[in-house]
Design a protein. Structure first.
Length: 250
């Protein structure tokens, strides 16, 4: 106790300071501190990777009514590194992190497959994507090697394509785009945003004839289509070119 209590005067200011510090760590730390560390330490992520979230199990019988009935339960944010400078390094990448947050006290399902992130939008597809503009605000579309859009025009989603965000939980998807596939008009800088789209509630697949379904959908349509068009979009981030000689942003 001698470390915190002064013996030569009033200790009330010290006690109040400790209380305020604890409150700061409790209420601000869970979001601000991890975000700050992730921006300064390349190996640190501010949230659990989305691919490590729990997968769904029999959505026809297991859902959180609080999560699926919440209004605008999800938010999305994009955190891109600077575009790598010109390089001939075949391993150079541009790292873009996408953070999805559940702002409710219930569990919210999202459609997510690690390999189906695309650049551009597809109104008949559910999942996460990137919108990239050049410095003249013209949209750029290109393919990321090893990435292929799924969940296009489907009415039912497999459990492996549904991940569960717990109460007030967030997850991060990290995309590393090879520098070699970047169009010339964004190698000098870009404007980046991310989105999440859901096109349908989903029809739960039948488990067995003797297992009654409690819900007639998979509870996935958590975005107000009349207001948001079934899509939430992050704020845009202006991305400069990395002035460092180290071109590998990953």
């Amino acid at each position: 106790m001698g470390l915190f209590i002064r013996t030569d005067g009033d200790t009330s200011n010290t006690v109040i300071g400790i209380i305020l510090l604890v409150m700061l760590l409790v209420f601000v730390g869970p979001t601000v501190i991890p975000r700050a560390l992730s921006q300064s330490l390349t190996f640190f992520d501010e949230a659990i990777p989305c691919e490590r979230l729990r997968t769904a199990t029999d959505r026809g019988r297991h859902q959180s009514l609080i999560g699926t009935s919440a209004v605008d339960p999800l938010t999305i944010r994009v955190s891109p590194d600077p575009v790598p400078p010109p390089t001939s390094d075949p391993n150079a990448t541009w790292r873009i992190r996408i953070v999805i947050s559940n702002n409710t006290i219930g569990t919210v399902p999202i459609v997510y497959t690690p390999t189906d992130i695309i650049v551009g939008d597809a109104t008949n597809r559910s999942g996460i994507g990137l919108l990239i503009l050049d410095n003249s605000s013209a949209e750029v579309q290109f393919s990321i090697p090893g990435r292929a859009p799924t969940n296009i025009g489907v009415t039912s989603y497999p459990n492996t394509a549904i991940r569960l965000l717990g109460p007030n939980q967030r997850c991060v998807h990290t995309e590393r785009i090879p520098y070699s596939v970047l169009p010339q008009n964004i190698r000098g800088g870009a404007i980046v945003s991310a989105y999440y789209r859901i096109t349908t509630d989903g029809v739960p697949p039948a488990v067995s004839a003797t297992t009654p379904q409690i819900y007639n959908d998979q509870g996935l349509d958590v975005i107000d289509a009349t207001v948001l068009g079934g899509r939430i979009t992050s704020e845009s981030v202006i991305v400069p070119v990395n002035a460092s000689s180290d071109a590998n942003a990953g």
